[in-house]
Design a protein around this ligand. Sequence first.
Ligand code: NDP
Length: 455
Amino acid sequence: MHEHRIVNPATEEVVATVAATTPAEVDAAVARAAAAQRRWAALPPADRARLLRRFAAAVDDHREELAQLEVREAGHPVTNARWEAGNVRDLLDYAAGGVERLTGRQIPVDGGIDLTFAEPLGVVAVIAPWNFPMPVAAWGTAPALAAGNAVLLKPAEATPLTALRLAELGLAAGLPEGLFQALPGDGPVTGTALVGHPGVAKVVFTGSTETGAEIMAACARQVKPVTLELGGKSPNVVFADADVEAAAAAAPASFLDNTGQDCCARSRILVEHGVYDRFLELLEAAVKTFRAGDPAAEETRMGPLISAAHRERVRSYVPEDAPAAIRGEIPAGPGYWYPATVLEAAPEDRAAVEEIFGPVAVIMPFEDEDDAVRLANATDYGLSGSVWTRDAGRALRVSRSIAAGNLSVNSHSSVRYSTPFGGYRRSGLGRELGPDALTAFTQTKNVFLSTEEQQ
Ligand code: NDP
């Protein structure tokens, strides 16, 4: 049996060992899920909604336990981890409200009545990353279950503990046995077995663009739909007419939250040249207040990176002699710590082009609105972005000109369970969350019923 050692990234201590799911176990899990899905889809919609609300209540009752697991396996600051567990509850509640609103249409046709039905797909695989194990798992799981599907969740190798606990809570809340299973394991073994399984009707993947492209190719062979939430290199555009103090105060969290391991991190800070020096000065002071330390402490804002290997990857973007404009502080001792870093970069520098996925941002000046849009779009990604200005017309003009799926004006918010989320370009395919989230887990059946008199 193959086991993974789960390591607390803040202490480097092993906190658990978890058995990896073998391909034969994936086969058995798919069979159980398919049987459970048929029972689930046959339940009255109000009963399915009620069970999902019970699942949400169970998550709420265990919010602190789930948060503490995330502190241990992912090094998330405990205040963030509590929000993440609460987000799972909210996603389940929101999706539960959709069960009884998943209506079809009645289309006017000649000689009868035409009806459409939003039917479930069957068994859905959700492949989650290690950066936000709970929320991302629930983004796929909650609407898929609500639309009448079964879900097999493969968490990242580094962070399976909350996924396993959520599956237990779902079962205890009354979901049919097998309907929602967590299958920990390696991407190339367990993940590949799931993606290629003919009994899996859809794959929802969040992670790197490279792995997402491989999964899409594997799904293509079986004409299997995918939703992909991939990488980002999102701009934070600060115009001279903005509230520069507010923009600088908000900037640290936009690239340091979750230690920068966030697909929406605003890791390219673009500042209009007239206020560049002032902004940099204010940003430095703000970064220094973004406290890195023990994730279990209430006042901690930033934890460690997920692993030693990932820290080496992040470090490779910051050469020893790089002129760091800003450098934060980190605790001494064990743990995969990396300091908050802001680099003054040219648009073509590797650090300005590639997703670093760590607490590192680049900052550069721009001349005018056209230049800002040009720089903002100088990336293959297109997930998020922020625009800081007091001019409402400019805010909308620039938001519409940036090739990204989620823009935020005078703030850095991009993910709410009630609004659609997803990427342009190589940041993804399809949308999650929001009022249409369930639709991504249905297929339309059209039925024509003749009203002609029968002979
Ligand atoms: P991956 O994209 O490789 O992993 C994400 C998930 O996919 C994990 O559950 C992983 O399992 C699984 N997986 C990996 N390969 C396969 C496969 N062939 N078939 C099916 N599932 C697979 O990300 P990494 O963890 O390797 O991170 C590398 C980089 O990706 C990061 O540094 C970051 O830049 C980016 N990334 C972006 C994320 C985002 O939210 N946009 C999230 C995570 C990473 P396992 O954990 O076992 O490898």
